[in-house]
Design a protein around this ligand. Sequence first.
Ligand SMILES: Nc1ncnc2c1ncn2[C@@H]1O[C@H](COP(=O)(O)OP(=O)(O)OP(=O)(O)O)[C@@H](O)[C@H]1O
Ligand SMILES: [Mg+2]
Length: 351
Amino acid sequence: MSEHQNATVLLEARPGAPESPAPAALEPSLPATTQRSPTPPSYVWAIETRGLTKRFGQATVVDGLDLRVPAGSVFGFLGPNGSGKTTTIRMLLGLISPSAGEVHLLGEPIPAANGRVLPRVGALVEGPAFYPWLSGPQNLARFDAAGSDSRRVGRNERIADALARVGLTAAADKKVKAYSLGMRQRLGLANALLHPCELLILDEPTNGMDPQGTREIRHLIRDLAENGTTVCLSSHLLAEIEQVCTHVAVMRLGKLLAQSSLQELRATTVERLRVITTDTELARATLHAYGVVVTIADDGALNIDPGEHSPEELNRVLVTAGVGVRRLVLESPTLEDTFVALTGEGFDVAQ
Ligand SMILES: Nc1ncnc2c1ncn2[C@@H]1O[C@H](COP(=O)(O)OP(=O)(O)OP(=O)(O)O)[C@@H](O)[C@H]1O
Ligand SMILES: [Mg+2]
């Protein structure tokens, strides 16, 4: 068994039959927005796939995916380049047909219920296409007119509001051919936000954006989630996902390695105490005698697995032994540390 399969076993928090209701382990970690929503959704999973598979010729690029995105979550769909995220999202939205498997969005089967469901879903998929000779608002006006709710009334306000939400008001009147990559991405996002939706699916929403833009998108996503929208966003940037998501799934080579709440994922690894002292060797010997496992980092810091001991207790032990404690930090593992621990390797591994 490979280390990837091991990781799946460790993190398969939901081993039950796919049609089973929300497993108990997941419920406490559902975000508050789900509970606060005035009219809670009738479905447990905003997105649910069963054995979702896509083959291009001989290549299976999405392989038996059982994806479950809880209603009300901000769900990070992670994976290195080429792992199958965009292909999965295209299948979710009925843009391409699966080779096998099923998709349910908002509790309804896709593509059978496309007409009922897709108007309630906003989406930004890789490389959104625009009319290059038209401005941002002119492009949005065309998309708005072609949408399922093509009312002319309020169109200008809808467009102005969507552009403002993605920070594109000032630059909007340029022709799209003169937009930068980040500006195109913002316009794609504005298009996804033209109408209120229950589920927003965003494929690499911050692609090409500067740090300021990335931060703005994070705020926007939080804001949408607080208002009850389920947001599913794909990314290959772990740090980005960590800051905004409540749940994550990790894909590699078309397979789902893991899916869980961020809380559950973090619980699989332990906190570590990092201590810098006036006397590394005496500190190590003192803690060793106290029955604590210590390793010494290259910079002389003590890395401690505190086990049952509290930081203040270990601090007292060191000080009593005459060791000066200059710095003592309890470090939580980053998401990247967690994946390395689970998969046995880094995230950005070439396929
Ligand atoms: N139309 C297609 N025909 C053949 N192969 C395809 C097609 N579309 C995607 N693929 C292949 O499927 C695999 C997954 O691609 P996909 O675009 O879904 O990855 P991704 O996870 O979105 O990657 P990235 O992070 O780079 O956007 C890749 O190996 C890609 O070459
Ligand atoms: Mg992609």
